[in-house]
Design a protein around this ligand. Structure first.
Ligand code: ADP
Length: 432
């Protein structure tokens, strides 16, 4: 594909979907790739999001994966590059947001050259930046739960300081009063910062209007680094997108066919409520027990034999989801890693068995579970469709397990979705 408008590099899988979802809702046709694709010949999209898993890698590895993604996106003639990180600016004590930003600017503009922004703000999700400080809801990032994150603890909310500790380039600030004064004022501030040799500008944003104003000021900037919020202000910069009529839907997917199934490996409060709601609606469900798998029983065949005759009647649910005390008991027996791996493997094999039996509409609950299922189905590309609930879109994917026929798949990380998510998602799809 050539003439790509926006080429995005996301530092984790669910973050990539979050960004892609925002871009589609703002009017861009969007494809998410799992890792850097081998080629790009048949991709048709305004934006492509390359999903990496680079957030917690050693910096050198994160850099080399990000540069591989950049090279691929440049080969698609991407007009603008977007490096997407978490809206809580998650980074290890040694990076990776700074080192990746440096490497991308080096590649685009030469050593210690170039200019970009850093802005994780997403006010709709309670992430705001004021005077360069990141707030999570009403508290500073450093007073939020992120202080104790197991992999990326964030103990400083001052993004200028955090970023300056990670980058060779000089970091500056565009404050909210400048943002509120409009795109021209922001561009003038960018120019003033550049005269002071600043190459990375942290930008304040406290509301959606700020995101739209900043977006306008970013027209033509070769690299944008941000959370997923800034994305909503970028599509307005391309006249060809503005010229499209309302009938041209960016979230269009091929018609959904085939049987329906839900695979749930998340044990979050929201997912427990969704499983309960599905069962109480009288639909068929079957639990998968990690201890039975560990005992060597062929749980996968048992589930598939149970599901096969039911599929023509409507969605079936296969779940390992359970309450915290039960999870704890299993973990004490098997260890948490082994329990997780056993469940993920069984659920992934069940997913591919269901596809082989004609399922073409699949909901998966759980971040890790989703990663395992997508890997087992050997999915490389996801076309992003309409949003079911905030942050969770339907997508259409190709898998070699049923090549030529799209599978509609929605990946829901733990706490997302209303309690009727498992049933309402399918009715939304049939209404497309
Ligand atoms: P979430 O998005 O809610 O965090 P994940 O899929 O990322 O969900 O993580 C849930 C983890 O718990 C997975 O590794 C899954 O295999 C594991 N798991 C699911 N059910 C059970 C269970 N009954 N006992 C122990 N571990 C489980």
């Amino acid at each position: 594909m050539k003439n790509l408008l926006l080429g995005c590099i996301a530092d984790d899988f669910t973050g990539a979907t979050d960004l892609a979802n925002n871009l589609v809702r703002a009017g861009m046709r969007c494809i998410q790739t799992i890792g850097v694709p081998d080629d790009g010949a048949s991709l048709q999209a305004d934006a492509i999001v390359v999903a990496l898993k680079s957030r917690t890698l050693p910096a050198a590895e994160a850099v080399s994966q990000s540069i591989a993604a950049l090279n691929w996106l440049q080969a698609q003639d991407a007009q603008q590059i977007y490096f997407k990180y978490c809206s809580t600016f998650d980074s290890t004590p040694k990076g990776n947001i700074g080192p990746v930003t440096d490497a991308l600017l080096d590649a685009l503009h030469g050593p210690d050259q170039g200019f970009t922004i850093a802005c994780p703000a997403f006010p709709a999700n309670q992430r705001t930046v004021f005077k360069g400080h990141l707030f999570v809801g009403d508290v500073l990032l450093s007073d939020s739960g992120m202080r104790h994150h197991p992999l990326t603890p964030m103990v400083d909310a001052n993004l200028v300081r955090v970023m300056q500790a990670q980058t060779r380039r000089k970091v500056g600030l565009v404050t909210q009063d400048v943002v509120a004064a409009g795109p021209q004022a922001i561009r003038e501030r960018f120019a003033a910062l550049r005269r002071e040799d600043v190459c990375v500008a942290v930008v304040d944003a406290v509301c959606n209007q700020d995101l739209m104003t900043i977006g306008e000021a970013l027209a033509g900037m070769s690299l944008v680094t941000a959370g997923s919020g800034i994305a909503i202000g970028l599509p307005q910069n391309w006249p060809q997108l503005r010229a499209r009529g309302p009938e041209s839907r960016a979230d269009a997917l091929p018609p959904a066919r085939g049987w329906q199934a839900v695979i749930s490996g998340s044990c979050s409060i929201a997912t427990n409520a969704q499983v309960l709601h599905f069962k109480q609606s009288g639909r068929p469900s079957m639990a998968v027990d990690p201890l039975t798998i560990a005992a060597g029983e062929d749980v996968v065949s048992k589930v598939l034999d149970w599901a096969e005759p039911l599929l023509p009647n409507g969605p079936v649910l296969i779940y390992a989801t359970t309450e915290p005390t039960a999870v704890q008991a299993v973990q004490e027996h098997l260890g948490s890693e082994r329990a997780g791996a056993l469940v993920e493997e069984a659920l992934s094999r069940i997913a591919s068995g269901l596809i082989a039996r004609g399922v073409r509409q699949l909901l998966v609950a759980g971040g890790e579970t989703s990663g395992a299922v997508v890997q087992t189905l050997r999915v490389k590309l996801m076309t992003i469709g309409p949003q079911i609930d905030p942050g969770v879109p339907w997508t259409a994917v190709d898998t070699p397990l049923c090549s030529g026929e799209p599978v509609h798949i929605a990946l829901k990380s733990g706490n997302f979705g209303s309690s009727d998510f498992f049933t309402k998602a399918f009715s939304q799809l049939s209404a497309l």
